[in-house]
Ligand binder design. Structure first.
Ligand code: UDP
Length: 244
């Protein structure tokens, strides 16, 4: 939704602070401002650091990719870019699920199933994790979602369909920009009767490999001390911006 900058409500009270973002209320009860921090954490917060310009780059990348998926029919919480490293979004009640979609074997899938990293999957693999820091965000299945009362079967059908739609939209879109979408994590929220894609889509929450070199251009550079973290995020933004 295009909103003139003059109509963007100022920050109100701080509602929530996470590892990478701060959410502020606004005078409009239906809208929040989301500030993207330069802070980075990995391995359940055991590794911490800051990545120069990350907040600004991730806010821009997330806004850009939300617009791309919106154009493809996936409703998101994004309302407008609200400043250097801040977005205006619809206020949602986050559903405590991390929905991961994978196209290529990497990370925990390689470790858990003993598969070779880099193996291209014949069809996307969708996984559900229970968003509970104190339990270490365990992998769960649909029966667990029902048992825990996290979402109804209909809501889960919708969430899974939207997550796979995001993959169908972004995988070719990023490939045209020489980026392989290896895997990504999504979060959804309830807004009235709607389910909206929320949180962010950025190099913090995706694995993106350069198509010609296979080099990671994402948070794995931070996780595994590969160096050039800020440059990798800037390169992703450059490729999105250059091709629109
Ligand atoms: N991911 C995320 N937040 C998490 C866990 C995973 O954004 O708390 C993303 C991660 O960046 C990757 C995908 O989800 O793009 C799959 O991550 P994986 O399960 O392989 O976990 P990892 O091995 O990275 O801990």
């Amino acid at each position: 939704m295009a909103l003139p900058q003059a109509q963007i409500p100022p920050r109100g009270e701080r509602l929530y602070e996470g590892k990478a973002k701060v959410v502020y209320a606004t005078a409009d009860p239906g809208l929040v401002r989301i500030y993207f921090k330069d802070d980075a954490t990995a391995f359940d917060g055991r590794k911490r650091g800051t990545i120069g310009e990350k907040g600004r780059l991730n806010a821009r990348i997330a806004a850009h990719l939300f617009r791309v998926v919106e154009a493809g029919g996936v409703p998101t919480h994004l309302v407008a870019v609200a400043g250097e490293q801040e977005l205006l979004a619809r206020r949602v009640a986050i559903i405590p699920l991390e929905v991961v979609v994978r196209n290529v074997v990497a990370g925990s899938l390689a470790r858990r199933l003993g598969l070779a990293p880099g193996q291209v999957l014949e069809e996307p693999v969708l996984e559900l994790y229970y968003k509970r820091d104190d339990l270490g965000d365990p992998l769960i299945n649909r029966a667990h979602v029902r048992l825990l009362g996290i979402a109804t079967a209909e809501e889960l059908d919708r969430i899974e369909a939207l997550a796979l739609a995001v993959n169908r939209i972004l995988r070719p879109y990023l490939a045209e920009r020489d980026l392989i979408l290896v895997d990504f994590k999504l979060e959804f929220g309830r807004s009235g009767d709607d389910i909206l894609l929320a949180d962010e889509i950025s190099p913090d929450t995706c694995r993106l490999w350069d198509r010609s070199t296979g080099e990671p251009l994402d948070k794995d550079r931070f996780r595994h001390d590969l160096g050039g973290v800020a440059d990798a995020y800037a390169e992703v933004w450059r490729r999105l911006e250059a091709r629109g």
